[in-house]
Design a protein around this ligand. Structure first.
Ligand SMILES: C[S@@+](CC[C@H](N)C(=O)[O-])C[C@H]1O[C@@H](n2cnc3c(N)ncnc32)[C@H](O)[C@@H]1O
Length: 212
């Protein structure tokens, strides 16, 4: 069982998750020239919060997650809404080709820090994008390890330094890479409000492939 399966049913009970998805969608729209004709993939989509916030700004969106539980909840929500623009699939983009690839855009929210080999992961994402396609990945800024309270959660990175995240995306093959802080997430820790930064990584697939 995937560690996120058991969290899927109550994931959206915490309203701060919808709020950060809304802020992230607006930050993406301010930096990427989204078009209604575009196809997109939301990697580590969870129940689909970010995709639903972006749905009226792009075309088809594939929600992809390695958690069967998250994918089932996402699929139930899509079915209940009757929205055939969204679809959900349980897969790993590092080993599987997502249906509908290549995409014009890949987005994600708070998934990258759960990935051990971030650069390798970004290389896989690039392979599923059109030449000139965009990534817009939001993730945690470097923190002291208190963001996750549950020790059972598999966390490979306590956030990222902006320059390091940008360097990994550039090494993976993206161009025009930028990393900006777009939000502050506030959690109660030891009785105190504690802020954690949310970074947005953007970049593009090169339009032309250079051969040696
Ligand atoms: C913190 S949750 C975020 C979910 C959603 N993006 C949101 O903001 O509500 C991280 C999600 O990433 C998924 N995930 C973790 N590693 C993954 C991987 N290698 N490929 C795809 N999804 C992954 C988990 O299953 C989980 O649903």
């Amino acid at each position: 069982m995937n560690r996120f399966d058991g969290m899927a049913g109550t994931w959206e009970a915490n309203p701060s998750r919808a709020e950060r998805a809304r802020v992230t969608a607006d930050a993406i729209a301010a930096r990427v020239p989204l078009q209604r004709t575009w196809s997109a993939i939301d990697v580590g989509s969870g129940t689909g919060l970010l995709s639903r916030m972006l749905a009226d700004r792009v075309g088809r969106i594939l929600l992809a997650d390695t958690s069967q539980g998250m994918t089932e909840v996402a699929a139930q929500m899509i079915a209940a809404s009757g929205d055939d623009q969204l679809s959900a699939v349980c897969l790993d983009v590092t080993t599987d080709t997502p249906p509908g690839a290549p995409f014009d855009l890949a987005v994600s929210l708070l998934m990258l820090h759960h990935v051990k080999d971030v650069e390798g992961f970004l290389e896989s994402v690039l392979c599923h994008l059109e030449p000139g396609g965009y990534i817009a990945f939001a993730d945690l800024a470097a923190e002291d390890g208190t963001f996750h309270e549950d020790p059972a959660e598999e966390v490979f990175h306590h956030g990222f330094e902006p320059d390091h995240l940008a360097a990994m995306a550039t090494s993976a093959g993206f161009v025009g890479v930028s990393v900006e802080e777009v939000h502050q997430m506030v959690k109660k820790r030891s009785g105190q409000d504690t802020s954690y930064g949310l970074l947005l990584l953007t970049g593009r697939v090169p339009v032309t492939v250079t051969t040696p």
